[in-house]
Design a protein around this ligand. Structure first.
Ligand SMILES: [Zn+2]
Length: 251
């Protein structure tokens, strides 16, 4: 029999969840010790993933975005009430790893993306709360079209290109999720292409004036890789079946 406390201890240590400052609450957000026979993983903690976890018979849901950011659970009403009521009623625990899962050197979203795109010579950049989140590296020179083809194939998306940089791609910066905070730093670091999940209207002109290609591959899609890398580790360690819930927002 495997208990929640054993699994959370393993994840806490592996992901250094208490060592990385973050607006999100990392670690076990909801739950008490109980037997776990199945684990679901999803990018988002939301009613869709809760219902799907229940349907799949999971007692633990591991997410990248949790239900608790800063003081977001300071009142338990409205959507907080609905979400917590469902989780408590069905005894589903939620464990979240936000920045620790972006930044992790092995199972992190960014290193996974970096390696899968065959980038080389990783350099850290993009500091959030003093911790580097993003990676920059070089790639065998290829056209924008060839490179986007790799991104689309890897993530099963139709990535959008902001064509503001060179036709031939050589230096690529990678930041999973919303990459707004590190766009300027990517430009200043000499990257010719920025692969991220999503950016904002304001970022459009920063990218254009900075002369950098931007490949928008989806917030959800770019943040599936860390969880998928975690899955086999959990299965091997605890001999518990896991399921990845692919609930793409399309954003
Ligand atoms: Zn995110």
């Amino acid at each position: 029999m495997m208990y929640l406390s054993e699994i959370t201890r393993f994840l806490d240590e592996l992901l250094h969840v208490h060592a990385i400052p973050d607006a999100a609450v990392n670690g076990l957000q909801v739950g008490r010790d109980q037997e776990i026979t199945k684990i679901a993983l999803a990018v988002d903690a939301c009613m869709d993933s809760f219902r799907e976890a229940k349907k799949q018979g999971a007692q633990l849901l591991i997410t990248h975005h949790g239900v608790s950011y800063g003081n977001s659970l300071s009142t338990i009403r409205s959507l907080n009430y609905e979400r917590l009521q469902f989780l408590l009623k069905h005894s589903i625990a939620v464990y979240t790893a936000h920045l620790p899962l972006d930044a992790h050197p092995d199972v992190g979203n960014n290193i996974q993306l970096f390696k899968a795109l065959k980038l080389q010579k990783p350099r850290q950049f993009g500091y959030a709360s003093g911790v580097p989140i993003g990676l920059i590296g070089s790639v065998k020179s290829q056209t924008q079209e060839e490179f986007i083809g790799s991104v689309n194939g890897l993530l099963d998306v139709q990535a959008k290109l902001w064509d503001f940089g060179p036709e031939h791609i050589k230096n690529v910066a990678v930041v999973s999720g919303r990459g707004s905070a590190f766009l300027r730093e990517a430009i200043e670091s000499g990257a010719d292409t920025y692969v991220t999940g999503e950016l904002t209207h304001d970022d459009y002109h920063i990218a254009k004036d900075g002369g950098i290609n931007v490949i928008l591959a989806g917030h959800h899609a770019t943040e599936t890789l860390g969880l998928k890398a975690l899955q086999p580790l959990i299965e091997q360690t605890f001999k518990i079946p896991t399921v990845f819930l692919n609930l793409d927002s399309g954003l």
